[in-house]
Structures are given as structure tokens and as C-alpha cells.
Ligand binder design. Structure first.
Ligand SMILES: [Zn+2]
Length: 249
């Protein structure tokens, strides 16, 4: 039999989906995303860097005008945060993307055969324009996999462990993870990060093959597995991690 709280949740109307709202501020209009949440106890604002948006969350029963009024009071904060969000850089002819930290211009080559290749420090993409984003992303993901495999293997050998599997996926909330079965997973977007930052993240996940926690012994091992000092790489990620989310879709 369902518990009363479960029944209540079942009977409640589902929270409506996200909605785009505009707020006037200093003569311009700010766009925010409005969400209702069954768990929210009050109206709140947060930055969602992965989707490059500011989210206003309100309890299900709060009057819309109350939630909006709260956001309007915070218009200055919203404007400042929106300005600081990294600009979206969709994959197209002329876009500049950092390939392992080094800027590369994307060139569309509609008349060429082949798929994607490097030429004179540029990334060339053949085929129809509508296929460019997917082709480029597939290629970047493959580059990431190619760079990752020997790095993981070398570090895993040093701790006499084996990574059962290495997957590259589109995770926006975390850069890497290590499963209890020894499967390592990394975000394909690390293809944009400087090599030493990728090195740190591999060291971090490989250290989890030995210690499944973030205790002092874990951190000591992660530091040893890095090919240079760990702190500046962590600082880079903290300061610049959001910029890795701005490229492509
Ligand atoms: Zn960790």
C-alpha cells in the first residue's frame, strides 16, 4: 500500500516545466528560467552554468507574482551573473575551440571528402553544414578517448590496478567518475582543457581505484599520480571549468 506521502505526491499536479521569463532592469530586459519545485520552500535564484541560464525556483503553491517580485528585487544580481556567464560558442565555420588548451579555428570544407582532420593548426570539417556540429563533436570525443586511454593505463599501472572500462560521455555536472566496479568515466568536454588539467582528472579518478573516498590518503595518492603540482590544476578547474561547457551544443 502506498504511504500517505507517496499518495499525496501522486495526487498532486506535476510541477509545470521550465518557462522563460523577462525582467526589466536598467532599461534592458533580462531572461531567466522559471521553475516550480515540490521541494522548494521559498523562492530562490541560482546560476546554471551548464545551460548558461539563471533559474528562479518557487514552491508549487507560491503566487506567480510573489516569485516574480522576488526575482525583480534581485535584478541587479541577475544582470551581473548573466554578464559573467561564458558566451555560447556553437560549432560552426570560424568558431575557435581550444583543443587540449590550444586554440584552433574550425573550418568548414563542404567540397572536400573525408570527415574531420587537422591542418595548419585548424580543424577542418568536410560535408554538409548541417552535419558539422555532430561530426566535429564525434571527432573531438574520439580525440579525447585517444588521449585518455594511455594516460589512464600508465597511471593505473603505477598503482597496480586496472580500469575495467573507460567511457567518455556528455556529463555536465562532473568531469569524471569512478564506479565501484573500476569503470572510469570522463566528460568529452575535457578535450578543451589544458593537458595538465586532464592529467589531474585522470590522476584523481585512478586514485579512486585505490581509495573510494576523498580522505587524506586519497589526496596524497592523487597528488603523486599527477605529473606536476595538483593545486594549480584544481584552481584552474574551479576558475575556468564553466568555460568548457560553452562549446558546441
Ligand atoms: Zn573524486
Amino acid at each position: 500500500m502506498p504511504s500517505p506521502s507517496l499518495l499525496r505526491r501522486f495526487l498532486e499536479k506535476p510541477a509545470p516545466g521550465p518557462e522563460e521569463l523577462s525582467i526589466d532592469h536598467a532599461g534592458s530586459s533580462l531572461t531567466i528560467t522559471f521553475l516550480r519545485s515540490a521541494r522548494a520552500r521559498r523562492a530562490s535564484l541560482r546560476v546554471d552554468p551548464a545551460r548558461r541560464r539563471i533559474v528562479l525556483t518557487a514552491p508549487l503553491r507560491m503566487a506567480r507574482a510573489t516569485a516574480l517580485g522576488f526575482a525583480e528585487q534581485q535584478a541587479g544580481w541577475i544582470a551581473a551573473r548573466l554578464k559573467r556567464l561564458p558566451a555560447w560558442r556553437p560549432f560552426a565555420d570560424g568558431t575557435e575551440v581550444p583543443l587540449f588548451g590550444t586554440p584552433h579555428r574550425v573550418r568548414h570544407r563542404p567540397d572536400c571528402r573525408g570527415t574531420v582532420w587537422l591542418e595548419d593548426g585548424e580543424i577542418h570539417v568536410a560535408g554538409k553544414p548541417e552535419h558539422l556540429p555532430r561530426r566535429l563533436r564525434d571527432w573531438l570525443t574520439a580525440e579525447m578517448r585517444r588521449r585518455l586511454a594511455p594516460l589512464v593505463q600508465a597511471k593505473a599501472e603505477r598503482v597496480e590496478r586496472t580500469a575495467k572500462r573507460i567511457t567518455v560521455r556528455d556529463t555536465r555536472s562532473r568531469w569524471g567518475s569512478c564506479g565501484p566496479d573500476g569503470a572510469l568515466s570522463f566528460s568529452w568536454r575535457l578535450v578543451f582543457a589544458p593537458p595538465e588539467v586532464l592529467d589531474y582528472l585522470v590522476a584523481h579518478e585512478v586514485a579512486h581505484l585505490v581509495h573510494m573516498n576523498h580522505g587524506p590518503r586519497f589526496w596524497a595518492l592523487a597528488e603523486r599520480l599527477c605529473d606536476g603540482p595538483m593545486a594549480p590544476r584544481q584552481a584552474w578547474l574551479k576558475a575556468n571549468g564553466e568555460t568548457l561547457l560553452q562549446y558546441g551544443a
